[in-house]
Design a protein around this ligand. Structure first.
Ligand code: DGY
Length: 318
């Protein structure tokens, strides 16, 4: 009996590729290049399922161009803002995602950015590489102590809560803003007004989904509400931040430092960040451990297995 066909836009961790090869006729994107609507359609020619990453825009045009054979768009991500869900529904396509398994890894990256930005890790690393270290100096690269500081979390979901646990271990006081109080928040203080949360946050970390309502959430006016010298962390989605405004605030000292793992228009990012020593930049590494990326791939395949077997996928978005 012929195997179902799966088109994957990127290479996957070895265990996922082995599992796919055992069950499906699988095709991978050759060089991890970003797929646009027409290349995605070509790649998916004859496929029953596609596995896409957040970098592959599955907008209405891309979905309309997909071959009729495709039954499911399996997102290799918890986020699915890159998929036009209405367009998928119109085509009667299932859309699935990979929640839960990347919570801890993403919270770890938020902690890395928090400590890296507050302790000037990028500047220290650069100084060593430039051969400029002349020994311990009491005034060299003085950072900001996080112990005792207030962390404001925007979006207390699974990842926000896991980051809050890490921040508490560092002696931080945690506050958060959500549309409503969260059961996962532990002893974190709920702040009903985002503006009020900003005013009380020595560190602000974004963990909310990207939606039309949250796009540009951290703009010039909101950055100005943070205490002077506050630190901004983003491991959620790049377009939550107005880059021009953040760059201006980092230059003026209104924002002391930032740690960014996600960017608008990835893999592009605002070149203004490159001139700023007080920004730590990572290339969307939030879930990038072998364990987590393997678990994400396995969930993406579980979702496809279910659709191919006529069952409800375990992680259906639509
Ligand atoms: C996700 O799953 O949405 C992440 O951004 C991928 O690391």
């Amino acid at each position: 009996m012929p195997k179902f066909k799966v088109a994957v836009t990127r290479r996957l961790p070895p265990a996922c590729e082995e599992r796919l090869a055992a069950t499906y006729d699988t095709r991978f994107g050759a060089d991890d290049a970003v797929f646009d609507a027409s290349t995605l359609a070509q790649h998916a020619d004859g496929a029953d399922a596609v596995i896409v990453t957040p970098a592959d825009a599955c907008n209405a045009a891309a979905i309309a161009a997909l071959p009729a054979s495709v039954r499911v768009i399996s997102c290799f991500s918890v986020g699915f803002e890159h998929v036009d869900l209405d367009a998928a529904k119109r085509r009667k396509l299932r859309v699935t995602n990979t929640p839960d398994v990347l919570t801890e890894a993403t919270a770890d990256i938020a902690l890395l950015l928090l400590l890296g930005a507050s302790r000037r890790a990028t500047e220290g690393d650069q100084l060593m590489r430039d051969g400029k270290w002349i020994g311990l100096r009491p005034t060299l690269l003085l950072g900001t102590q996080v112990t005792g500081k207030r962390l404001g979390i925007v979006g207390m979901g699974r990842i926000g809560a896991a980051f809050a646990d890490r921040a508490r271990a560092c002696g931080m006081k945690v506050l958060y803003h959500n549309r409503r109080p969260s059961r996962d928040a532990g002893d974190a203080t709920y702040v009903a007004s985002l503006d009020e949360l900003l005013a009380q946050s020595d560190v602000l970390s974004l963990h909310c989904p990207l939606t039309p309502d949250t796009k540009g959430l951290l703009d010039a006016a909101r950055l100005a509400r943070l205490p002077k010298g506050a630190i901004v962390i983003n491991t959620a989605r790049g377009p939550l931040i107005d880059d021009d405004a953040l760059i201006a605030a980092l230059k003026s000292g209104q924002i002391g430092a930032a740690g960014l793992d996600v960017f608008a228009n990835e893999p592009q990012f605002h070149p203004g960040y490159l001139d700023l020593p007080n920004v730590m930049l990572l290339p969307h590494l939030g879930s990038a451990t072998l364990e987590t990326r393997t678990a994400m791939g396995m969930l993406a395949i579980d979702n496809i297995d279910a659709v191919m077997a006529g069952r409800e996928p375990p992680h259906a978005v639509v």
